[in-house]
Ligand binder design. Sequence first.
Ligand SMILES: [Zn+2]
Length: 298
Amino acid sequence: MTLPARDTRVLYPAGVLDTWSRVLHTATAGDGRLAVITDATSFHPVDAAWPDQPADTGALHVRDERYAVHDAVLAATDGESLYLGADIPVRKGADGWSFLVAHLVDPDAPVAEGDEVRIEADAANRHALSAGHTACHLASLALNRVLADRWTKPAREDALGSPDFDGLAIASSRIVADGSVDRYRLNKSLRRAGFDSASLVAGLDGLELAVADQLDRWIATGAVVRVERDGELLTDRRSWVCELPDGTARIPCGGTHLTSLAELSSVRPTFTLVDDAGTPVLEMTIVASRMLPSAGLR
Ligand SMILES: [Zn+2]
């Protein structure tokens, strides 16, 4: 079987949940799964190199039978071999490689190259992850703004012109249903760059209140949110865009999002300090609450 010579076309950035597509390749994967690669997909895969948003849940429909998709992972091929997830030996977008979405199903799913299949991502799970991802980006901007006066040297700026604490200190970011957990390393290089972490460690209560207050003010604007992209292929550049009154924020992002901050009723941050082998780590946990559908719209 030939391996695809082009990236998978991805439809989830536009909010698509359901699509028909042609199977280009199947391969046995670890854990007794079958990896199914299609020309296009509505299924968001997890990227092992930066696993912030987890894979969608859902199913592949093959000739009127439904097969659960157990996982969806980023895959890559150089035309010779197929690599899945953490086994991909090159960076995303490397020349001469195609980057793909592999849907992992049970090995007895009767699916073969050339089949037309229906790919269906679960709507409720997607919406909860989109709310978590939008809240995560908004919270990173709020955190940067609140921490702006703790920098003693000029630092790289974020999408709204604040010193980019989030971009400089982030160690990991995990999107969950209606929330996120971001971890920031308060290490020596951050201090050398001019960030005063000592006073931060001394008082997290004030930080929590100030970030919550900034988030409240932004949510009250009901600002429009969208994903901008250069094209439909998996490695085409995409950005999260939020049209805040303070300016239009643009953050590179491969995930899925809400369409407006008006979909959120609140975004609550909690901060804790943990120790990672002697390096203090600031953990920001975000809980997003979504608006209930208005009674008037029933
Ligand atoms: Zn993102």
